[in-house]
Design a protein around this ligand. Structure first.
Ligand code: PMP
Length: 469
């Protein structure tokens, strides 16, 4: 198919913008992307990163307001991380952790155990977040079989929550539009209401009562499934999909108690919320609970190499240490030596530059800046914690009236997404729940980046409001 789009083809090193579009639209299959659009729309190609900023092939600058995809904690262009990858590749580029070990995996497992809450002292490495979630469910199932409770295989998670795309993780995911094309899914996954306080599933309660009712919804699901059939509850500390649903006060204390009451494991899916995103090494620490398992990935390496990690408690590890026992699961690239070396260097940056401290010192300012946008008539709600925030867009601030689906489609894909990009801000515009804009800048960001974000959001959202209202 020929490319009909007129574009600048300035002399940048390598291929021209038009050539990249031509090849990309013909051969590349982008994730969760309407590929048919590239018959008429130009492919956005990013070429280079530096600190909080990205540059396209023409040298145009963008603020990376999403850290790639909630990934690049330490910022782009960090030579220390590139150097760690180069050194490890030269020394030992690849070796599995199946029956052998290598130094970076041992060092990283020990380091994560020292940083983790409670007695989560055992680390199973994967290559991604979906694999981490998949692995956690399998650990739970084999653990219960090993301790004589083979009937416990079910999992409970929340509506609209995203937990990954592999078949097990997808079954845990609470987004019908992602699940439906692949049904039937893995049996035993049940969904309960989430903690969206702006549009609560149960109206008129104080935050504390809302927390109680939302935790009780988990208890009711355990009881209706049959307590001895439920293996685990999977929850993010702060739910991403739907737009940064913060846990109401006391929620996790109650959930922890309910899990303990019925012998159900609490899995904290921290694929986004770990490694400083909420100003703590682990998101569970921010909200004061100790899970039985933590799933993580993304920010562990700041994205300089792919890696996931599942952290498991000593109690859960016990049956796997018995003579003859082994977890019947493995992944060739899980715990890749280069990724582990990069993760160690990344954790050193987080510590030496006190990036958690930077988030805690500036999150209030970030919040105030975003809340200042509430004077734009389509900004309905601003919510989040740390460096992880969402702005929900509404037709009417007073009544919280929603846009129609045609308006939402126009607003998100027709207007905001291209305009924000043109104005040099990369962030997420999403309508898996109500329409939201999500921001999660690199953890090195501060007041200068907040000002940039405010300037772009104010101008683009004001223009959107003028168009729609
Ligand atoms: N769990 C959560 C909470 C996530 O946010 C994601 C990815 N956004 C995943 C799991 C899946 O991770 P991955 O895309 O690395 O497979």
């Amino acid at each position: 198919m020929g490319c009909q789009i007129a574009m600048n083809t300035t002399n940048t090193p390598g291929r021209s913008r038009a050539e990249l579009h031509e090849l990309g639209s013909r051969h590349l299959w982008m994730h969760f992307t309407q590929m048919g659009n590239y018959a008429t729309e130009e492919m956005r190609v990013i070429s280079r990163g530096e600190g909080c900023y990205l540059f396209d092939t023409e040298g145009k600058r963008y603020l990376d307001g999403l850290s790639g995809l909630f990934v690049v904690q330490a910022g782009h262009g960090r030579t220390e991380l590139a150097e760690a990858a180069r050194e490890q590749s030269e020394k030992l580029a690849y070796f599995p952790i199946w029956g052998y070990a290598h130094e970076p995996a041992i060092e990283l497992a020990a380091q994560l155990a020292s940083l983790s809450p409670g007695d989560l002292n055992r680390v199973f490495f994967t290559a991604s977040g979906s694999e981490a979630v998949e692995t956690a469910w399998k650990i739970a199932r084999q653990y219960f079989a090993a301790i004589g409770e083979p009937g416990r295989y079910k999992v409970i998670s929340r509506d609209v929550a995203y937990h990954g795309t592999t078949m097990g993780a997808l079954s845990i995911t609470g987004l019908p539009s992602l699940r439906q094309p692949f049904e039937p899914l893995v049996p035993g996954a049940r969904h309960v209401p989430n903690t969206n306080a702006y549009r609560p599933w149960i109206e008129g309660l104080s935050p504390e009562r809302f927390a109680e009712e939302s935790a009780l919804a988990i208890e009711r699901a355990i009881l209706s499934e049959g307590p001895t059939s439920v293996a685990a509850v999977f929850l993010e500390p702060l739910q991403n999909a739907g737009g940064c649903f913060v846990p109401p006060p006391g929620y996790f204390t109650l959930v922890r108690e309910i899990c303990d009451k019925y012998g159900v494991l609490l899995v904290s899916d921290e694929v986004i919320c770990a490694y400083g995103r909420l100003g703590h090494m682990f998101g569970s620490a921010r909200y004061g609970y100790v899970p039985d398992i933590i799933t993580s990935a993304k920010g562990l390496t700041s994205g300089y190499s792919p890696l996931g990690a599942v952290l498991v408690s000593d109690r859960m590890m016990e049956p796997f240490l018995k003579p003859g026992a082994a977890f019947a699961h493995g992944i060739t690239f899980g715990g890749h030596p280069v990724s582990c070396a990069v993760a160690l260097a990344n954790l050193a940056i987080l510590e030496n530059e006190d990036l958690c401290g930077n988030v805690l010192a500036h999150e209030g300012q970030f919040q105030n800046m975003l809340k200042s946008l509430l004077d734009i008539p389509i900004v309905g709600d601003v919510r989040g914690d740390g460096y992880f925030w969402a702005i929900e867009l509404v037709r009417d601030q007073q009544t919280k009236a929603e846009f129609s689906s045609a308006e939402t489609e126009h607003l998100i894909r027709g207007f905001l997404s291209p305009r924000l990009f043109e104005e040099g801000l990369i962030c997420r515009t999403d309508d898996r729940g109500e329409p939201v804009i999500q921001l999660s800048p690199p953890l090195i960001a501060g007041p200068a980046e907040f000002e940039y974000i405010e300037r772009v959001l104010r101008s683009v959202l004001t223009a959107a409001a003028e168009q729609l209202l």
